[in-house]
Design a binder for this molecule. Structure first.
Ligand code: SAM
Ligand code: SF4
Length: 335
């Protein structure tokens, strides 16, 4: 007998089930990281950005369609007014198993307790360097000590897991990978290294020259740490290694050197309400238009999401030597 599939589940043409949604709730940020934004950015007018109520309706529709995990990101999600209320609403959606957030850490010192209360389970915090001057140079406006205090505040709340994200660029912070892992070990948290993706036009470096592969990072770490591959996955594209004798796992997100598309289970909602089926392609569906043209019609919204699965591409098309491949910046789509 042929098994009857639940028609509400989100399954694409390649048989992949989508159960993970990332939502960028703002394109704005208090930092201007060199790999993410241009120095002078024009942000979207308010009318183009999804309202908090629209985001909540969309989150509910996705959860009713089988999404189990939602990551709130940005821009810097915690600078959006009303972010905590939104997180609280989403965190209480029936059927959602995990609400997680990616942040630059600048607001965590004050907001960590409220995030815990809002049912946020795990936090990813971006940290590319432990050198205050380099931190300022990479983020253009950030203050390392503020982020370090934010990390301690998050630790004090006892989230299920805290993970650092570090984008490694040759010539900028590639000599710091051991120090960053030691910091994670000392703090009993995880760390993932990310290969830079060619999203948007950046002025300060040539992305092909700055490319530093996951394999190179791993080779740098191996004389100092014993890394054992774990098959554990967190629903994301990281490949994880346990650092033997510690509580820390080191992850590698390698869009260039280790294509992870065959197991892709996620889609992204941009700050403008475009459902993006793949970070490395332009295939998208305008869910804001559906919401605004048919307010309150949950059935229509859900059908638009189900239909969108038909255009999820098989794989991303990043090519580090041909920048910019994708013209949107990471802050629009969320990392
Ligand atoms: N502002 C928050 C933060 O920095 O964590 C959340 C949004 S940020 C866009 C999410 C993640 O994307 C960060 O870890 C950041 O380092 C990463 N990111 C930004 N631009 C990137 C790029 N061009 N390639 C790879 N990762 C990038
Ligand atoms: Fe802001 Fe995060 Fe982009 Fe840095 S990576 S500019 S913190 S959105």
């Amino acid at each position: 007998m042929t098994p009857v599939l639940n028609p509400t589940l989100l399954i694409d043409r390649f048989g992949r089930t989508v159960d993970y949604l990332r939502i960028s709730i703002t394109d704005r940020c208090d930092f201007r990281c060199v790999y993410c934004m241009a120095e002078e950015m024009t942000f979207l007018p308010r009318a183009h950005v999804l309202s908090l109520e629209e985001i909540e309706s969309l989150a509910q529709a996705f959860v009713e369609l089988g999404v189990k995990k939602i990551r709130i990101t940005g821009g810097e999600p915690l600078v959006r007014k009303g972010a905590l209320e939104l997180l609280t609403q989403i965190g209480h959606l029936d059927g959602l198993e995990e609400l997680v957030i990616t942040t630059n850490g600048s607001q965590l010192e004050t907001m960590a307790p409220a995030l815990k209360a809002a049912q946020v389970k795990r936090i990813n915090i971006s940290l590319d360097t432990l050198d205050a001057d380099k931190f300022k140079a990479i983020t253009r406006t950030g203050d390392l000590s503020q982020v370090l205090r934010g990390i301690q505040a998050a630790k004090a709340e006892g989230f299920d897991r805290i993970k650092l994200n570090a984008v490694i660029l040759k010539g900028r912070n590639h000599l710091e990978v051991n120090e960053l892992v030691q910091f994670a070990v000392d703090n009993e948290i995880d760390i993932s290294f990310i290969e830079e993706m060619p999203l948007g036009v950046v002025e300060q470096h040539d992305r092909a020259d700055a490319y530093y592969s996951s394999a190179a990072i791993k080779a740098d770490l191996e004389p100092h740490f014993t890394l054992i591959r774990t098959l554990e996955k967190t629903g994301g594209p990281s490949n994880y290694f346990n650092v033997v004798g510690t509580k820390t796992r080191v992850g590698f997100i390698s869009p260039h050197s280790d294509n992870f598309c065959s197991t892709c289970n996620r889609v992204r909602l941009t700050v403008e309400g475009r459902l993006l089926l793949c970070l490395g392609n332009e295939h998208s569906v305008d869910l804001k238009a559906v919401l605004r043209e048919h307010p309150g019609d949950m059935a229509l919204l859900k059908q638009a999401i189900i239909d969108a699965m038909l255009i999820k591409p098989e794989k991303h098309e990043f090519n580090i030597n041909e920048q910019p491949v994708i013209l949107r910046y990471m802050n629009m789509t969320g990392g």
